[in-house]
Design a protein around this ligand. Structure first.
Ligand code: TXA
Ligand code: MG
Length: 327
């Protein structure tokens, strides 16, 4: 059930969390599927709902940096600097976990992902939940494993239907794509997942570019080759070639949808054509909603115009590449 984010609704959601239930809630990045991070059974319900493998850890959402000490063994200086600059906001820090954290949350790893969200409803929910419970909400994105994240309440319901008793509606998520994940557990910063905060912004704080993830970096499901995927096949195509590719696919009898940015619309038979914003922030804000709209049961192929290749677009390019990856 979708409930508008009134004070009363947020309070009852906090009580539901304290009772071990799962609640979907808005954050500035995407909607989260939340459970009490201190209750392994509640966390288990999130994994079951999402059909997510147990080895993929969840992000624990906190009201402020002051709560980190309860969840992480330590906070290296670079972690403090990143938190001071970007929290509350779309940054997840991977830290060494505190000794007594249940392995359900961390997927059995010795690190933990922590984030202080800036969305006012997420903040109010966390504050209320501090009065009734642990105040820490373990939440993956509110979508079935491998699918597109949800950026509004209706999309959460599209994913889970009646299986999910409560979705708090806080309107569309501002950012629209998932948080930037930086592993700081070794005292060095390594980028695990690009997001709204780009590498140049990280570098301003770090004094150097973050390291890049390699085979020894911690697992992150958002870093699987195929992820964030619609049901239809996604093809990434350069602007100049969009019209030609579309004509070819239609000639093959395919039902085609297009997410264009600069490419002009070709005059061909029936085509589901969407124009995306020209700026990276606007594009990210609408990306998942656009892909959901174009991903009709009858759509065979979604042709997406390749994004520009600069830092501000790298998270978008990353998500599109994963949406387009072979499954
Ligand atoms: O913006 C976001 O991060 C959203 C909102 C709800 O906060 N959450 C989100 O959660 O995207 P999820 O579970 O869909 O993606 C979290 C990613 C996963 O790829 C997970 O593997 C990784 O974070 N992760 C969590 N804890 C980790 C850890 N200890 N080590 C490495 N990766 C971790
Ligand atoms: Mg996810």
């Amino acid at each position: 059930m979708i409930v508008p984010a009134s004070t009363a609704a947020i309070e009852s959601a906090a009580r539901a969390l304290a009772a071990g239930e799962v609640v979907a809630f808005p954050t500035e990045t995407v909607y989260g599927l939340g459970a009490d991070a201190a209750d392994p059974r509640a966390v288990g319900r999130v994994f079951a709902l999402k059909q997510r493998p147990a080895t993929h850890p969840l992000i624990v959402h906190l009201t402020s940096v002051d709560e980190v000490a309860r969840w992480a063994a330590d906070m290296p200086p670079i972690a403090r600097r990143l938190a001071a600059r970007f929290w509350p906001g779309p940054l997840t820090l991977i830290l060494r976990k505190a000794a007594d954290i249940d392995p359900a949350v961390t997927g059995g790893q010795d690190t933990i992902g922590l984030r202080v969200p800036s969305h006012p409803v997420a903040q109010q929910l966390l504050q209320a939940f501090r009065r009734f419970g642990s105040g820490a909400i373990a939440a993956p994105s509110a979508n079935r494993f491998g699918r597109l994240s949800a950026t509004c309440a209706a999309h959460v319901v599209d994913e889970f239907g009646d299986a999910l008793p409560l979705v708090i509606d806080g309107g569309p998520s501002d950012v629209g794509i998932e948080s930037t994940i930086v592993d700081v557990s070794t005292g060095r910063a390594v980028l695990l997942r690009p997001g709204a905060i780009d590498v140049l912004q990280l570098a301003e704080v770090l004094g150097e570019l973050p390291g890049v993830a390699n085979a020894r970096s911690p697992r992150a499901s958002g870093t699987l080759a195929s992820h964030y995927a619609p049901a239809a096949k996604v093809m990434l195509v350069e602007a100049d070639l969009v019209a030609e590719v579309v004509r070819f696919l239609i000639g093959e009898g395919k039902s085609v949808a297009v997410l264009a940015r600069t490419a002009g619309e070709p005059l061909v038979g029936s085509l589901h054509w969407l124009r995306a914003p020209a700026d990276a922030a606007g594009y990210a804000h609408e990306l998942y909603a656009s892909l959901r709209l174009l991903d009709r049961p009858t759509t065979d192929v979604i042709v997406v115009e390749l994004p520009p290749q600069d830092a501000a677009w790298s998270a978008i390019a990353d998500r599109l590449a994963r949406a387009a990856a072979d499954r």
